[in-house]
Design a protein around this ligand. Structure first.
Ligand code: AMP
Ligand code: MG
Length: 339
């Protein structure tokens, strides 16, 4: 999420209807999705449903919604409700917005149970499953480290060692305690900041898709940055065709995410570092490679793509064992652009 577009301030601009557009260029990850469009009437039991596509900015990223509906007014209303859901979640999850629920939580009293919304508890519980399965390589409690690292990416200077040590000590999900039954969270460590940058977009895409599906449009797609959630296949087709760094894939009822250092990096002392941090060092990854994950949901694809970016090919087997519905592909090579 680029700093220039803090979470929580994005607004839904004038929606854009693009009928029969065939190619969506994915913002962050160089992916594209191809929707075959409306099928011939003989293949399509609902020939009066057209394809509508809307584009906006949300969570600091390009957001696209594709859905099928009887009229543009119906489609626009559904897309607006999906957008409202993303904005609602942004106000809960954002670490760019000091007034978000997550930021208010970590500013609260250390070691004391605090009431939390069902959404925040849900994201934290989901985060915990990937934190555990990745043995801490995916860790959304590392917000203190990402703050330092964002400063390094701006300045081109390595973090101050003392500040790095303090931020590392404050960054572990073991200090996040979840009491889902009582709807409360306890943060056991001063200085811990929650950063849902590696799961929030996938999670929000899932929730926005659920809103659209609930309104009677199951054959829809929501893309937020490099993260996608797709529902039922478009009319007359067996899936959505998504372009990934490893080639096109066809999916339905799934999430897809691509993570890697391709577009966001910094050179420090001749070494090129990614915006994805290795929690073991507190520094950006220096390993090349792009990871694409398909999973039953967007949040899982998003989180696993980040986890596998940190862990590399060695962690794929254990992550896939923990989440059998997921498929993780690491694309070798050097995707970090060289001057
Ligand atoms: P993604 O682009 O989905 O891989 O997420 C990267 C973003 O997640 C970064 O910009 C940070 O805000 C945050 N982040 C970086 N490293 C990690 C990590 N190891 N675990 C969890 N979140 C991370
Ligand atoms: Mg991610």
């Amino acid at each position: 999420m680029p700093h220039a577009h803090p979470l929580g301030i994005a607004r839904w601009p004038r929606t854009v209807r693009i009928v029969a557009a065939l190619l969506i260029i994915m913002a962050a990850a160089g992916c594209a999705v191809t929707d075959p469009g409306v099928a011939p009437a003989s293949d399509n039991p609902q020939p009066t449903r057209d394809r509508f596509e809307y584009a906006t900015i949300a969570m600091g990223s390009k957001c696209r919604v594709v859905l099928h509906a009887e009229t543009e007014a119906i489609a626009a209303a559904a897309a607006a409700k999906a957008q409202a859901e993303i904005e609602r979640l942004t106000a809960i999850l954002s670490d760019y917005d000091d007034t978000s629920e997550a930021m208010r939580l970590v500013r609260g009293p250390v070691g004391v149970w605090q009431d939390a919304s069902p959404d925040l508890i849900d994201v934290l519980q989901k985060s915990r499953t990937v934190w555990e399965a990745s043995e801490g390589l995916f860790d959304p409690s590392l917000g203190s480290l990402t703050r330092l690292w964002r400063e390094s990416m701006r300045s081109g200077l390595a973090p101050d060692p003392a500040h790095l040590a303090t931020a590392r000590a404050a960054s572990s999900f073991e200090h996040v305690h979840i009491d889902a039954a009582a709807g409360r969270i306890r943060i056991g460590r001063a200085g811990l900041i929650l950063d849902f940058g590696a799961i929030g977009k996938g999670y929000a895409a899932d929730r926005a898709l659920a809103v659209i599906t609930g309104l009677g449009h199951p054959d829809a797609l929501v893309e937020l940055g490099g993260d996608l959630a797709v529902g039922a296949a478009p009319p007359g087709h067996s899936g959505w065709t998504v372009q990934t760094p490893g080639g096109p894939i066809e999916i339905a009822h799934a999430g897809v995410a691509t993570s890697g250092p391709t577009f966001r990096f910094v050179d420090i002392g001749g070494v090129r570092y990614s915006h994805i941090l290795d929690p073991r060092t507190g520094l950006g990854l220096t390993t090349p490679g792009t990871v694409t994950v398909t999973a039953p949901s967007g949040w899982l694809a998003d989180a696993l793509a980040t986890a596998a970016s940190v862990g590399g090919p060695a962690c794929i087997a254990s992550l896939t064992r923990a989440f059998p519905g997921a498929s993780i592909r690491v694309h070798e090579g050097d995707p970090i652009p060289r001057p």
